[in-house]
Design a protein around this ligand. Structure first.
Ligand SMILES: CC(C)(COP(=O)(O)OP(=O)(O)OC[C@H]1O[C@@H](n2cnc3c(N)ncnc32)[C@H](O)[C@@H]1OP(=O)(O)O)[C@@H](O)C(=O)NCCC(=O)NCCS
Length: 192
């Protein structure tokens, strides 16, 4: 089995419809959580190189893309999907690692966050250095929260004035914050 993890190139736009179909099927199966996306939106993310496309033996294996909020202060890695045929092979872990690195490369000052009910995503996020936070720490950009309108639990979010819902929020420091933390830590190391 040959797994390839690509930063999206224009040629990958042919997968936009298949990616949306996987997302829609998965949302139906889970009954919660996943915001619906249109092929044109996914294609735009692919064309602008703000996405990761995974191929398994030349077939679409999975996908995730970058969204920026609050004028680039925050980045979300969204739309993670793995083809059901290729689940439990470590593909999500590879895609999440690649989109995380790409986010830090493209937006070194942005904190990276996500909201999820998914155990695999929580596990992977923790390993990448995300920490759980309250919703108050996230972008307050209305456009981000509008993505929750297609979730069946949106009434809970609205009732709680966007302060809490069924998803857990997780956030990782920006590349520059992480670099500074590493330097501060090395300053504290006492030899002897
Ligand atoms: C969630 C999803 C992306 C996981 O993809 P995957 O390629 O199967 O995940 P991986 O193989 O990389 O597994 C990552 C970790 O999660 C665990 N895991 C994966 N699926 C799991 C499941 N259904 N239940 C419990 N643990 C699971 C794996 O064991 C692994 O843990 P480990 O590294 O500690 O052993 C995939 O199931 C999917 O596309 N689901 C529908 C869409 C979705 O839920 N997206 C997330 C929205 S926030």
């Amino acid at each position: 089995m040959q797994i390839q993890i690509h930063v999206a190139q224009p040629a990958h736009a042919v997968y936009a419809q298949a990616i949306c179909d996987l997302m829609a099927e998965s949302a139906k199966a889970r009954g919660t959580g996943i915001a619906t996306r249109k092929p044109a939106y996914v294609a735009e993310k692919i064309m602008s190189g703000k996405a990761i496309v995974a191929l398994v033996d030349g077939e679409l294996g999975g996908f995730s893309y970058i969204e920026t909020w609050s004028h680039g202060k925050y980045v979300a890695n969204s739309g993670l999907i793995v083809n059901p045929k290729f689940r439990r092979l470590g593909l999500a872990r590879k895609i999440k690692g690649a989109i995380f690195n790409l986010s830090r490369e493209l937006y070194p000052d942005a904190r990276i966050f996500g909201i999820t009910t998914s155990l695999p995503v929580m596990k992977i996020n923790s390993d990448l250095g995300y920490k759980p936070v309250t919703f108050s720490e996230l972008t307050q950009d209305d456009a981000f929260w509008a993505g929750c309108n297609s979730c069946p639990n949106v009434d809970i979010l609205t009732r709680n004035n966007r302060m809490m819902c069924l998803c857990t929020a997780m956030m990782a420091p920006s590349a520059n914050e992480a670099r500074k933390m590493a330097v501060d830590l090395s300053d504290m190391i006492v030899e002897g």
